[in-house]
Design a protein around this ligand. Structure first.
Ligand code: FEO
Length: 171
């Protein structure tokens, strides 16, 4: 059983993961409207991954005999100044999510909930990857600068991203 504090905090993170999915799907629509299909693909897969994160919280709360409470998800922005601005937003957003996960770990330690701390460690590792993959594209866009065709080359690369659900989410 989760205590009330942990239950509220995990439900809060479930909402934050849903918002992340909504944000990236909005970015996917933005890129689609610019005919940058590779960028749109990357964001669409990112949105799917955030749903996997959401369901990990959903299932874990249930496993601990606690109650999932779904609340309103904030509307995401729908426009960005440029592809670089959108990816800078992704990187910043992932840094914010990392800080939310770290706060959850701190709470689990404070509440002496070792099982929850153990569950959260998957997200600690995942956030390293999340920040790194976003920053990778940020850096590529910086390197490209105003080079002709640069956006097209990155678009082709981002088109190759495939969604692979992690084996641990078999429910
Ligand atoms: Fe759910 Fe992108 O972290």
């Amino acid at each position: 059983m989760l205590n009330e504090k942990m239950q509220a905090a995990l439900n809060g993170q479930l909402n934050a993961e849903l918002y992340s999915s909504y944000l990236y799907l909005s970015m996917s629509a933005y890129f689609q409207s610019m005919s940058l299909d590779g960028f749109a693909n990357w964001m669409r897969i990112q949105a799917q991954e955030e749903l996997v994160h959401t369901m990990k919280f959903y299932d874990y709360i249930g496993e601990r005999d606690a109650k999932v409470t779904l609340t309103a998800v904030e509307g995401p922005p729908t426009e960005w100044d440029s592809p670089a601005a959108a990816f800078a937003h992704v990187y910043k957003h992932e840094q914010k999510v990392t800080s939310l996960i770290n706060q959850l770990v701190n709470l689990a330690i404070e509440e002496k909930d070792h099982a929850c701390n153990n569950f959260l460690q998957w997200f600690v590792s995942e956030q390293v990857e999340e920040e790194s993959s976003a920053n990778n594209v940020v850096q590529k866009l910086k390197l490209m600068g105003d080079a002709p065709g640069g956006l097209f080359i990155i678009d082709q690369e981002l088109a190759t991203r495939i969604f692979t659900p992690p084996p641990t989410t078999g429910k």
